[in-house]
Design a protein around this ligand. Structure first.
Ligand SMILES: Nc1ncnc2c1ncn2[C@@H]1O[C@H](COP(=O)(O)OP(=O)(O)O)[C@@H](O)[C@H]1O
Ligand SMILES: [Mg+2]
Length: 344
């Protein structure tokens, strides 16, 4: 658990960036801090791993005052991911991820095993990406390596400062989906900063809204939507939509992860297969080996209700989601069930 008690930060020039902040983040929680630029989010985050020291007040991790902790041990136990992930340009992906384990003098074979495990975890095939150089990765892939690196030494806490805000919308949406799933698997305590409420509502179990160095309200997305305590909260929540109206693109399984999408000539015998060509267009669909005449497709902006109806109508476990001519993902009963478990 992370606890702030009356924490303030006044910079040398007299700016009060954070003002008597008190809040708690529970173990295993996905906590999102949101607020306009300059409200003190980054300062708050950096005080957790002591990249910035508070001017007054105290921060506790699992009951221990961070000011009294050994700073190296503290930082090893806290992964940190930034917007502009600074991968070392002349080191391979594997070496970038292995930095902290290397410093901790893990055995070489243990590090190699860990690197592959982490690449798998963040959705990068180890045999393909392990020896690549950072310059040969897309922005989204670099952020994935950044997340893997932050998790390398198995920290209890993961701090993320606007990690996806420099990405294109599609990569961003894929990474949001993946980091949420990842956190549910590994159960780390995550403190995630964003200024985008749609992102906050999608990821956070609780959201803390910051304004001028203070947290003005903490609650689940639903609580903030139903009972906004300030105009800022109200205005921010106005830009989000309730879960039943989420567009499919935010709920679907992206193409590269879907069990139902097959490249042509793949002989895998899944019960349901949507085949795509190299332009990522849907060419045909098989259900239990039988060609579906005219498979229903959903649009990225279709609603969950429409998806549910279409699934029942077609009588298959999953349907393709398209954007223009491209297949961008699939939506299954399982995806819908997972969402309702999380939000109802
Ligand atoms: N090193 C610094 N010296 C003086 N003022 C700073 C420093 N870093 C940040 N600030 C100021 O503190 C306030 C909070 O900054 P920051 O924590 O970066 O906000 P956010 O991440 O929410 O945009 C801003 O007014 C910013 O200009
Ligand atoms: Mg910031």
């Amino acid at each position: 658990m992370i606890a702030f008690e009356q924490v303030s930060k006044v910079y040398a020039d007299g700016t009060t960036a954070v003002n008597k902040l008190s809040f708690k983040v529970e173990k295993g929680e996905f906590f999102v801090l949101i607020g306009p630029s300059g409200c003190g989010k980054t300062t708050t985050l950096k005080m957790i791993n002591r990249l910035i020291e508070p001017s007054s007040g105290a921060i506790f991790i699992d009951g221990q005052r961070t000011a009294q902790a050994n700073i190296h041990e503290l930082r090893w136990n806290i992964g940190y991911v930034l917007q502009q992930i600074a991968l070392f340009p002349n080191m391979s992906v594997a070496d970038n991820i292995g930095i902290v384990p290397e410093m901790k003098q893990w055995k070489k074979s243990t590090i190699e095993k860990r690197v592959d495990e982490l690449l798998d975890l963040v959705g990068l095939e180890p045999t393909i990406y392990r020896e690549r150089m950072p310059s040969d990765l897309s922005g989204g892939q670099q952020q994935r390596v950044g997340v893997a690196r932050a998790l390398a030494a198995d920290p209890d806490i993961l701090l993320m400062d606007e990690p996806f805000s420099a990405l294109d919308p599609l990569s961003r949406s894929q990474l949001q989906h993946d980091i949420k799933a990842l956190q549910q698997t590994i159960q780390k305590t995550v403190v995630f900063i964003t200024h985008d409420m749609e992102e906050a509502a999608k990821l956070g179990s609780r959201i803390g809204v910051m304004e001028k160095g203070e947290i003005v309200q903490i609650g689940s997305p639903q609580e903030l939507r139903e009972n906004p305590r300030t105009n800022l909260v109200k205005e921010m929540m106005g830009h989000t939509i309730s879960p039943g109206h989420l567009p499919l693109k935010d709920v679907m399984m992206p193409v590269y992860q879907s069990a139902y999408v097959k490249e042509r000539a793949n002989t895998d015998q899944a019960e349901l297969q949507y085949e795509i060509n190299d332009k990522q267009e849907l060419i045909r669909a098989f259900y239990h080996g039988v060609l579906l005449d005219d498979p229903l497709t959903l649009n990225r902006d279709s609603t969950l209700e429409q998806a549910f109806e279409a699934l029942q109508k077609q009588g298959v476990p999953a349907l393709p989601v398209t954007e223009g001519n491209h297949l961008i993902g699939t939506i299954s009963y399982e995806d819908l069930a997972k969402l309702s478990l999380k939000t109802l």
